[in-house]
Ligand binder design. Structure first.
Ligand SMILES: Nc1ncnc2c1ncn2[C@@H]1O[C@H](COP(=O)(O)OP(=O)(O)O)[C@@H](O)[C@H]1O
Ligand SMILES: [Mg+2]
Length: 263
């Protein structure tokens, strides 16, 4: 790919490599992931245009052989959790995210056919929907001046790879909840009250969608997501991460175990 020199290149845990240019970013990853991300981003742009609830970075071009996508760079936007220290702001954000996720799940993809994966079959009668695939808080960006929300990274999370084009709606919700509760040992965590954010988000989601979640299934799916979380490599950093992860998981388990959570 003929490119001017990147001003920063970051290798991610996911295996993707991000190169930053002044007005674009280039994402390199596996070929299958690239294809899926392009296709899903095209669908996401349709949802964004139809609902005006969020924006999606434009895809300028892509190269399937190289496994690369050139995206529009989000200028002036920051990860939304940086604005979520204030409980009133974070609750308002949660309500918007509930509405956004409901719109994503209501979308019927036009350009490719959904097929039922093993994941949805495991859960019998819960119908699959179009999912984001990694609806974690760090994939959500915010522009404080324009009040716009952007959703990035429509490539499926590595541990959902074989089934993340579609899934049950619980998958995105569980990933989102997990991302609210999980804390890094090496930086302060901006979301001080994940429980109230989670509750406001799910309640709005349930009010806006035809596929409302119930607490029994939510608990079951979240426990599955938690049990699939990979053990990190053994180093001081990863041991600290694991300890923090266990504490975060315990807090999330307490939250999803609360009776009448969604009533
Ligand atoms: N369009 C974009 N504009 C600005 N920054 C971006 C853009 N796309 C990705 N990034 C930055 O790169 C990071 C990783 O990109 P992402 O697509 O989420 O990859 P991964 O699959 O590794 O999580 C993001 O958290 C964000 O900081
Ligand atoms: Mg990401």
């Amino acid at each position: 790919m003929s490119e001017s020199k990147a001003n920063r290149i970051v290798k991610r845990h996911s295996g993707a490599k991000i190169s930053y240019f002044s007005d674009k970013v280039v994402k390199h990853q596996g070929v299958d992931q690239t294809w899926l991300e392009v296709k899903k981003t095209e669908e996401a742009i349709l949802i964004s245009k139809k609902t005006c609830l969020f924006r999606v970075p434009r895809v300028y071009s892509y190269n399937l052989e190289e496994g690369s996508i050139i995206f529009e760079r989000l200028i002036g936007m920051l990860p939304i959790y940086k604005f979520m220290r204030n409980p009133c702001v974070s609750k308002a954000v949660a309500v918007r995210l509930g509405e956004i996720l409901a719109a994503i799940h209501e979308h019927v993809p036009q350009h490719w056919k959904m097929h039922s994966g093993s994941y949805s079959r495991e859960y019998g009668d819960i119908p699959p929907v179009f999912t984001h695939g990694d609806f974690a808080i760090n994939n959500i960006f915010y522009h404080p001046k324009t009040d716009q929300i952007a959703i990035i990274d429509w490539s499926p999370a590595p541990w959902l790879t074989d089934r993340a084009q579609i899934d049950t709606h619980y998958a995105d919700l569980c990933v989102f909840l997990f991302s609210l509760f999980v804390r890094s040992p090496l930086r302060p965590w901006e979301i001080r009250y994940p429980e109230s954010v989670a509750q406001a988000m799910i309640r709005t989601y349930n009010a806006k969608t035809s596929t409302a979640v119930n607490s029994v299934n939510l608990k079951r799916y979240c426990e599955k997501v938690l049990s699939e979380t990979r053990e990190p490599r053994k180093s001081l950093r990863s041991t600290l991460r694991m300890l923090m992860l266990r504490r975060s998981m315990a807090r999330m388990k307490r939250f999803i175990g609360v009776p009448n959570l969604l009533e």
